[in-house]
Design a protein around this ligand. Structure first.
Ligand code: HEC
Length: 174
């Protein structure tokens, strides 16, 4: 029993040593252009989904599909999200093309987040990606407005309507 314990401890110490040597060797490539291998990708995706599901479980969803909230959400989306996520007839900006993981395009996507996920991610951001947390700068009310626009209006708009809303609402600051 004692022998097994000693060999387990030695193996663990060896693995930690190898890990530290690997870190100091500089051979890991931190470039945005060096994409994750399949195992790392699986670990990141699974951690992300499990974490968000665990953390958004107690969020109470207020009444949505509200015109004035959707208009407020549009202004924020147009100001802060369209650069990375694009919109109706609008491609993500150049800056977004160099990001890894790439920001998903929401317009006409068939893989939209659900309501509590969209709220939680917009409020908290996602670690190790370029998805920012808007919670430190925006009230829950504004984040719900963005969520309402994202899930209940964006995909129903035409590129023309989006441009009309820009002229009509985007100039008025909130
Ligand atoms: C600087 C770029 C950037 C900006 C600005 C940005 N995002 Fe993101 N966003 C990302 C990236 C990158 C991801 C993907 C992260 C990942 O793959 O884990 C993401 C993911 C998301 C997701 C999860 C999508 C899904 O299907 O899981 C939501 C929701 C989201 N963003 C909402 C927003 C909203 C709302 C705004 C504006 C208030 C915004 N983002 C602004 C980069 C950005």
């Amino acid at each position: 029993m004692k022998k097994i314990l000693v060999s387990v401890i030695l193996t663990l110490a060896g693995l930690i040593g190898l890990f530290i040597i690997y870190i100091y060797s500089g051979s890991y490539n931190v470039s945005q252009l060096a994409h994750h291998n399949a195992i790392t990708q699986w670990a990141i995706n699974t951690t992300k989904h499990r974490s968000i599901n665990a953390h958004d479980a107690d969020i109470k969803v207020p009444p949505l599909n509200d015109t004035s909230m959707i208009i407020m959400g549009f202004k924020h989306y147009n100001e802060m999200c369209v650069t990375c996520h694009g919109g109706p007839g609008i491609e993500p900006d150049e800056l977004a093309k160099g990001l890894y993981p790439a920001p998903p395009k929401f317009y006409k996507s068939d893989d939209m987040p659900d309501t509590t996920e969209a709220f939680w991610i917009t409020k908290n951001g996602i670690k190790f990606t370029s998805m920012p947390a808007f919670g430190p700068t925006h009230s829950d009310q504004k984040i719900w407005a963005i969520t309402d626009f994202l899930l209940n209006k964006l995909n129903k708009m035409t590129p023309e309507e989006y441009q009309q809303w820009k002229v009509k609402y985007a100039e008025n600051d909130d």
